[in-house]
Design a binder for this molecule. Structure first.
Ligand code: F6R
Length: 615
């Protein structure tokens, strides 16, 4: 949460910082701020609201000069979103300026000590405490900024990605990382700093991703110096060549990133299995898995840890793994798992699923599982992310940047990876027949085509959205493989439209939720061809007799449910095991259209942020 961006070089920093903030706004959008330095005066502008509001304030309030700049877009933790709590923050002397993504947990104690020593605080933030702690150390120890940052960070508990500069040193920015991501873009005689590479991708493909507990002293016209925060020892920089391109982070003609990302699914699912799934030859190649295959085949059980949509993908995996590979699976909310003192042994395999690869709870669950001796496998989208590095091995989803805050293509590509893993394990263990295995490989290869067909119903789904946009509650029901899809459909609706929605296993309806049903209540039922089809039909009858409005996701050509439902959303026929990959498509579109009709900010829903780097 929070996006940070910085620049030092020979260009004007302003456009780089401002465009960078726009690209990082998915990380938080409660407030935004910028500091520009021309070697004489620091121009500071910050405001509650979005980056466009900041842009407007800059026009009125400051000059845009300076070859050094830092900017911040905030997801509020300490202190309400207002102008004062916005970053950047000055130290008391006015010499040091900082931006920070993360939380300083022991800020209250440090603040008290600093107040006793005469420091004054204007904001409620932990960040203002940190910048003054650094200033205090710098003065007390009579050291340079880099050393002061290193000493001060050893006194704080929490998570941070920071960028800080000193008015007396116009050629230097110091950055440091623990828990929150930080990338340094390396140009010719210029450097960029950001929470991810998107702010600098048009300037350079060369980047260093700082590891946890590392800091970097970045000096214009000089090399970067990377040090360990703990003991100040020098670390050799590892410069990566990035694969990201500008097109991937732009809307490409769509009105919203979310819509673009929904429509990208046929191609990104293909990207996920390209070179890994050789359907005709009956081969699945997953490098990260092959090296550790015995860990999986000998595992007593698989524990999946994740949050939100990634947790829903984990639930789908529970069905697939148990069905095909006959390995017991438990799916855990990472936030609960990490604090529950769970029973984990060396014979457990833990799969951590995370689009961003930065989710704090998932990361903590991984650390715990590793401490207890489990083998941990990561499924991440963001290459080089903290979780992808913290796991023993893993598979990237290759979905490309997901910028819409509501997760869409991450879900389907995660399921694609999990499906390949389960099929491979089942084949090795001999728990799936050759014919079933081959059938599923071929069907998986057809998924992009089937998702494309499901997307063609967009217009019809938009019409259904218009009918139900004013409903205040929705129920989503599904059974078996499509129960997690019901949960995911409900999550999509609530997070972007702010309409209350609940997902349930269809059969659970009569154990409580049925009481909610009346003629006002829309109920989305996933009723595609499956082993449970007849049972879902019975559930639909039960809803009908209570006059609920039924919106059913059905298989193309279905006649039975069509007769009973008020509205239908058709998807192509797929085996039940792969059906979540297509049944989720109409639910994503339904949420998108309803949110749009309600004039919600689809890409940046209120109170949310894309990467949840705080617990
Ligand atoms: C929902 C959504 C969140 C994330 C969750 C986990 O649309 O985006 O529920 O799925 O915060 O994020 P990752 O997958 O990045 O760990």
């Amino acid at each position: 949460m929070c996006g940070i961006v910085g620049y030092i070089g020979n260009r004007d920093a302003y456009p780089i910082i401002m465009n960078g903030l726009k690209r990082l706004e998915y990380r938080g959008y409660d407030s935004a701020g910028i500091a520009l330095y021309d070697g004489e005066t620091i121009q500071l502008c910050k405001t509650k609201g979005k980056v466009v509001d900041l842009e407007a304030s800059v026009e009125k309030e400051i000059s845009k000069t300076g070859k050094l700049g830092i900017g911040h877009t905030r997801w509020a933790t300490h202190g309400i979103p207002n102008d004062i709590n916005s970053h950047p923050h000055f130290s008391n002397s006015g010499d040091l300026v900082i931006i920070h993504n993360g939380i300083i947990e022991n800020y209250a104690t440090i603040k008290k000590e600093l107040i006793n020593r005469g420091y004054i605080f204007n904001s409620d933030t932990d960040t203002e405490v940190l910048v003054n702690l650094i200033e205090d150390v710098k003065k007390k120890e009579n050291v340079k900024l880099g050393k002061a940052v290193q000493i001060a960070l050893n006194q704080v508990v929490g998570a941070y990605a920071i960028a800080i500069f000193d008015k007396k040193k116009p050629d230097e920015i110091i950055v440091a990382k623990l828990g929150s991501p930080l990338a340094i873009g390396i140009g010719d005689d210029e450097f960029f700093v950001a929470s991810d590479a998107s702010p600098f991708i048009e300037f350079t493909n060369n980047a260093i991703y700082l590891e946890d507990e590392e800091m970097a002293i970045i000096r214009k016209d000089r090399d970067i110096e990377i040090r360990k925060i703990k003991d100040d020892s020098i670390v050799a920089p590892y410069v990566q060549e990035l694969q990201l391109n500008l097109e991937q982070i732009e809307k490409g003609g769509y009105d919203h990133f979310m819509l673009k990302e929904i429509f990208e699914q046929p191609s990104v699912i293909k990207d996920t299995y390209r070179g890994r799934l050789l359907a005709d030859k009956g081969i699945i190649k997953l490098g990260g898995l092959e090296d550790y295959i015995e860990k999986f085949t000998n595992a007593d059980r698989i524990i999946i840890v994740a949050c939100g949509t990634s947790w829903h993908a984990g639930l789908v995996a529970e069905y697939i793994f148990e069905d095909w590979a006959r390995i017991p699976v438990e799916v855990e909310y990472a936030s609960e798992f990490r604090y529950r003192n769970p029973v984990i042994t060396e014979k457990d395999v833990v799969i951590a699923i995370s689009q961003s690869g930065e989710t704090a709870d998932t990361l903590a669950a991984i650390k715990l599982a590793k401490e207890k001796g489990a083998f941990v496998y990561g499924i991440c989208n963001v290459v080089g992310s903290t979780i992808s590095r913290a796991t023993h091995s893993g598979t990237y989803t290759h979905a490309g940047p997901e910028i819409g805050v509501a997760s869409t293509k991450a879900f389907t590509t995660q399921i694609t990876v999990l499906t390949m893993i389960a099929l491979k394990l089942a084949r090795i263990k001999g728990t799936i027949s050759q014919s079933d295995y081959m059938l599923h490989l071929r069907e998986l290869d057809l998924i992009p085509e089937n998702v494309a067909k499901a997307l063609k119903k967009n217009k019809e789904i938009e019409e259904i959205a218009a009918v139900f946009k004013d409903a205040t509650n929705f129920l989503y029901l599904g059974r078996g493989y499509n129960f997690p899809v019901a949960l995911e459909g409900a999550l999509k609706l609530k997070e972007i439209s702010y309409i209350h929605a609940e997902g349930y296993p269809a059969a659970e309806m009569k154990h409580g939720p049925i009481a909610l049903i009346d003629e006002q209540m829309p109920i989305v039922v996933i009723a595609v061809n499956s082993n449970h089809y007849e049972k879902v039909v019975s559930n639909i009858q039960e809803i009908k007799s209570r006059k609920g409005k039924i919106i059913a996701v059905v298989t193309e050509g279905d006649t039975v449910v069509r007769e009973m439902a008020d509205y239908i959303m058709e998807v192509p026929n797929t085996p039940e095991t792969l059906s979540p990959l297509v049944t989720t498509i109409p639910l994503q579109l339904l949420s998108y259209h309803i949110a749009l009709m309600l004039d919600r900010n689809v890409d940046q829903p209120r109170n949310l942020a894309k990467a949840v780097t705080v617990e």
